[in-house]
Design a protein. Structure first.
Lengths: 110, 111
């Protein structure tokens, strides 16, 4: 089945720093989602981005479907950005079943 | 507000005591599913439903039941919970092939 790999696994930032998270996937996909799991465990939708670039405030994402990767950019990080960031892609023929990467655990210190 | 709701958010129970976790969505989505999240194992799909009265097993269905009698609701039933079902549970919904939205999660502890 499709493999989803995220890097780096852990990231520590000082408040105000920028970062790039990467998601590689092993097969072609028709969509990709980025989520933020906050310290309370909630999964927050960040982006639904099959291809191209989207921006939402300090966050932006780019998916290059032909090269099978997606990037999540966090600019001017804040302590509230802490948590785990997941990318997920649907399993082909899997009726919207999402395959999640292992996540990038981000800690932003003041 | 478009959302997926789950109840209860937290539950501590004992082995063998039947329980139901409710899930409801107000986006008229056809597709709903349940996942569990465990340390080191990530999120794994338990059951999914393509529409009313259509359900199927995911990757880890043992010990769980579901039903889809109405489009908006997709309850997860544990007939006889065991400690290995202690986990963080998420309900999700989407239109077919569309963006998935997750509920806030239910932390279940089975003693």
């Amino acid at each position: 089945g499709i493999q989803v790999e995220q890097s780096p696994p852990d990231l520590i930032l000082q408040e105000g720093a920028n970062s790039t998270l990467r998601c590689n996937f092993s097969d072609s996909v028709n969509n990709l989602q980025w989520f933020h799991q906050n310290p309370w465990g909630q999964l927050i939708n960040l982006f639904y981005i099959p291809s191209g670039t989207k921006q939402n405030g300090r966050l932006s994402a780019t998916t290059v479907a032909t090269e099978r990767y997606s990037l999540l950019y966090i600019s001017s990080s804040q302590t509230t950005d802490s948590g785990v960031y997941f990318c997920a892609v649907p399993l082909s023929g899997g009726y919207n079943k999402l395959i999640f990467g292992a996540g990038t655990r981000l800690a932003v210190h003041p | 507000e478009a959302q997926v709701t789950q109840n209860p958010r937290y539950l501590i129970t004992v082995t063998g005591k039947k329980l139901t976790v409710t899930c409801s969505q107000n986006m008229n989505h056809e597709y709903m599913s349940w996942y569990r999240q465990d340390p080191g194992l990530g999120l794994r799909q338990i059951y999914y439903s393509m529409n009313v009265e259509v359900t199927d097993k995911g990757d880890v269905p043992e010990g769980y039941k579901v039903s889809r009698k109405e489009k908006r609701n997709f309850p997860l039933i544990l007939e006889s919970p065991s400690p290995n079902q202690t986990s963080l549970y998420f309900c999700a919904s989407s239109s077919y092939r569309g963006e998935q939205f997750f509920g806030p999660g239910t932390r279940l502890t089975v003693l």
